[in-house]
Design a protein around this ligand. Structure first.
Ligand code: PEP
Ligand code: MN
Length: 366
C-alpha cells in the first residue's frame, strides 16, 4: 500500500506539532441540549480540537437507541460555530457523506462494522472523491489487519489525504476484562510497517467501562499514538448508548492532565525494545485471560463429574492432552520438555480446583 501521501495529523487539526489529537464528545447525539451542554463544558479545555457525536448509530439490537439522525447535524453546526471545534460524525453510507458535507462536518469516521464491509467502504470512498474531508477508519471487529488496511487503501485511491486509523479493539470470543481486546502487538507491527500512517486510540470502546480508560489511554501514549478519541457525556448515567464507558467532562479533564504524553525522542532511542516489551505484555495478558477462562470451564467439568460420579483424574484423557499438545509444540519448533512441564503445572492446578469445588459442594450439602 502506498501511504506516502497521507498528510500528518497536525497539518489538518488545530494541533501543535508534537501534541496528540484529542477527540471528545458523546457516543450518540441524543438531543440539542445534551450536545450543547457537553460541548460547552469541553470548550473550557485548551487541548480538545474535535467534537464527536454518533448521529446514526449501527446498534446490535433494533430496539436500542439509534442516534437522533439528520437533525443532529444542525446541532453540530451550531456547536462548531459557537465553540470553534471541528466536528466528527460516523458515516455508514454515501447519503450520510453528502448530508455531513452539506453541514460542514470536518471529520467523518468509518465505524468498526463498516470497515468490516469492503463494499460499503468502497461506496463511501466513491462519495468522498474530490472532497477535502478528513477520514478516520476504526479497526474492523475482527483482528484482520489486511481488511483494515484495505479500507485505508480504498480511501487513498479516492485521493483522501487526511486520513488516520482508530484502534478500538477487537471482539473477544471469550469473556475478558475489557469490552474489546486491544491486541497492542498487532498495532505495534502496523506502526512499524507504516510509520507515517497516523493512529488514534479509542480507549472507550476498548475498555467498555470508565475504570479502565485511563490505563488504556496511558498505554496508547507510551506507544506514541497520534491521538485519543474519548467518549464524553454531560450526564453518562442517563446516556442512551454506551452508558458505562462515557466520562463526564471533568473526568476527562482529570485524565488529560494526569496522562504522561509520549516523549518521542526518548522513545525513538529504544523504540525496538519498547515495542518488543509491549508485545510481550499484551500476549501475557491474553494468556492470563485464556488461563482464567480455561479454569472456569474446569469448574463446570467438576460439577458434571460430580453429578455423574466420574473421578476427577482420568489418566487416559491426561495422556491424550499431553500427546496432542506436544505434537503441536514440535510443529511450532518449541521445546517439548518445556510444554510438558507447563501442562503439568496447569493440570495440577485444575485438579486442585476440582477437588476444592467438590469439597466445598460437600460442605454446603452438610
Ligand atoms: C462509536 O464510536 O460510538 C462506535 C459505534 O464505535 P465502533 O464503531 O468502534 O463500535
Ligand atoms: Mn459508543
Amino acid at each position: 500500500m502506498k501511504i506516502s501521501y497521507v498528510k500528518p495529523l497536525h497539518s489538518w487539526c488545530n494541533l501543535g506539532n508534537n501534541l496528540p489529537l484529542i477527540i471528545a464528545g458523546p457516543c450518540s447525539a441524543e438531543s440539542r441540549q445534551q450536545l450543547w451542554d457537553t460541548a460547552s463544558a469541553l470548550s473550557t479545555f485548551d487541548n480538545i480540537s474535535v467534537f464527536r457525536a454518533g448521529v446514526w448509530k449501527p446498534r446490535t439490537s433494533p430496539e436500542s437507541f439509534e442516534g437522533a439522525g439528520t437533525i443532529a447535524l444542525d446541532w453540530l453546526f451550531e456547536i462548531k460555530k459557537q465553540f470553534g471545534f471541528q466536528t466528527a460524525v460516523e458515516v455508514l453510507s454515501p447519503k450520510h457523506v453528502e448530508l455531513c458535507l452539506k453541514k460542514e462536518v470536518d471529520v467523518l469516521w468509518l465505524g468498526a462494522r463498516t470497515t468490516s464491509n469492503p463494499y460499503s467502504v468502497q461506496e463511501i470512498a466513491n462519495a468522498l472523491k474530490g472532497t477535502n474531508a478528513a477520514i478516520l477508519i476504526k479497526n474492523p471487529i475482527n483482528p484482520d489487519i489486511k481488511l483494515w488496511l484495505g479500507a485505508a487503501e480504498r480511501l487513498l485511491l479516492a485521493n483522501i489525504q487526511k486520513l488516520a486509523l482508530v484502534h478500538r479493539g477487537f471482539y473477544p470470543f471469550e469473556p475478558t476484562k475489557y469490552r474489546n481486546i486491544p491486541k497492542w502487538e498487532l498495532i505495534i507491527d502496523l506502526k512499524t510497517q507504516y510509520p507515517s500512517l497516523p493512529i488514534i486510540c479509542d480507549p472507550s470502546h476498548i475498555a467498555g467501562n470508565t475504570r479502565y480508560i485511563y490505563p488504556i489511554a496511558q498505554k496508547a501514549m507510551n506507544l506514541c499514538y497520534d491521538g485519543l478519541m474519548v467518549e464524553t457525556h454531560i450526564n453518562p448515567n442517563e446516556a442512551l448508548s454506551d452508558r458505562n464507558q462515557q466520562l463526564t467532562p471533568s473526568q476527562l479533564k482529570k485524565l488529560l492532565s494526569n496522562i504522561q504524553y509520549c516523549n518521542k525522542k526518548e522513545n525513538k532511542r529504544h523504540i525496538e525494545l519498547i515495542r518488543l516489551r509491549e508485545k510481550v505484555d499484551s500476549i501475557d495478558m491474553q494468556l492470563l485471560e485464556l488461563l482464567h477462562y480455561r479454569m472456569e470451564i474446569i469448574k463446570q467439568m467438576s460439577a458434571y463429574k460430580k453429578m455423574h460420579h466420574i473421578p476427577i483424574l482420568q489418566l487416559k484423557r491426561w495422556k491424550e492432552i499431553v500427546h496432542s499438545r506436544i505434537k503441536r509444540a514440535k510443529e511450532l519448533n518449541m521445546n517439548p520438555d518445556f510444554i510438558k512441564a507447563l501442562l503439568e503445572v496447569i493440570h495440577m492446578e485444575a485438579i486442585r480446583i476440582q477437588s476444592q469445588e467438590q469439597s466445598e459442594n460437600k460442605n454446603n450439602q452438610k
